[in-house]
Design a protein. Structure first.
Length: 208
């Protein structure tokens, strides 16, 4: 298939990107706009098998673009991309999950958001907490900040330092416009718990 013959050309394009991801995002968008969902899924899986992190990043972006139309793509993000060891790929996983939520609507995405937040893989949980920042800048959560706070606060004592930091920073973001809401939430936390204390430290930064 011609599309597979061009995979090396795609990789060479994105391989040149050493900092940031804008060029990779543009390549992903161009590819998605000119190919079928089936081709996008197929090429993404091929790209994700590459040892070059920029290629896997490109595949992750493409999957994010088609996830709202392909359950297989969403599952691949959750089950495979989340296991990638490169932090840059994990950043793009977060952006891709947010793209999925935006495409179907954040209110409609609530069931999937809850599923991902309860996943055993910390990279899956963080894809939500980090990807949706700033939460109250997103549709639905803009009008329902309490829902965002409730969802995030459930992970205040998460086993992963990586996730707790993201949760605390996300709550800190919300506190800029909803100070009283965050204050009333974190005042109920048992900060003698060292895990919760770390989240509290980040969440309360603009309250002290």
């Amino acid at each position: 298939m011609k599309i597979m013959e061009n995979i090396d050309e795609l990789i060479q394009k994105v391989k040149k990107t050493e900092h940031g991801f804008i060029n990779i995002l543009k390549e992903a968008e161009n590819f998605k706009n000119s190919h079928s969902i089936e081709d996008c899924l197929s090429i993404s899986k091929k790209l994700f098998s590459s040892g070059i992190h920029q290629a896997r990043a490109l595949g992750t972006f493409i999957l994010g673009f088609i996830a709202s139309e392909s359950n297989e793509s969403l599952n691949f993000l959750k089950e495979s991309v989340s296991k990638d060891g490169d932090w840059r790929v994990q950043e793009i996983l977060a952006k891709s999950f947010d793209r999925y939520c935006s495409d179907i609507g954040y209110k409609n995405a609530l069931p999937i958001i809850r599923v991902w937040l309860s996943d055993k893989n910390p990279n899956v949980r963080r894809a939500v907490t980090e990807g949706l920042r700033i939460w109250t800048g997103r549709d639905y959560f803009r009008d329902h900040p309490d829902v965002a706070v409730t969802l995030l606060s459930k992970l205040k004592d998460d086993d992963s330092d990586y996730v707790r930091k993201s949760v605390g920073n996300a709550l800190k973001d919300i506190s800029k416009k909803h100070k009283d809401l965050i204050k009333s939430e974190i005042e109920t936390w048992e900060i003698s718990n060292t895990k919760i204390k770390q989240t509290y430290k980040h969440a309360s930064k603009f309250l002290t």
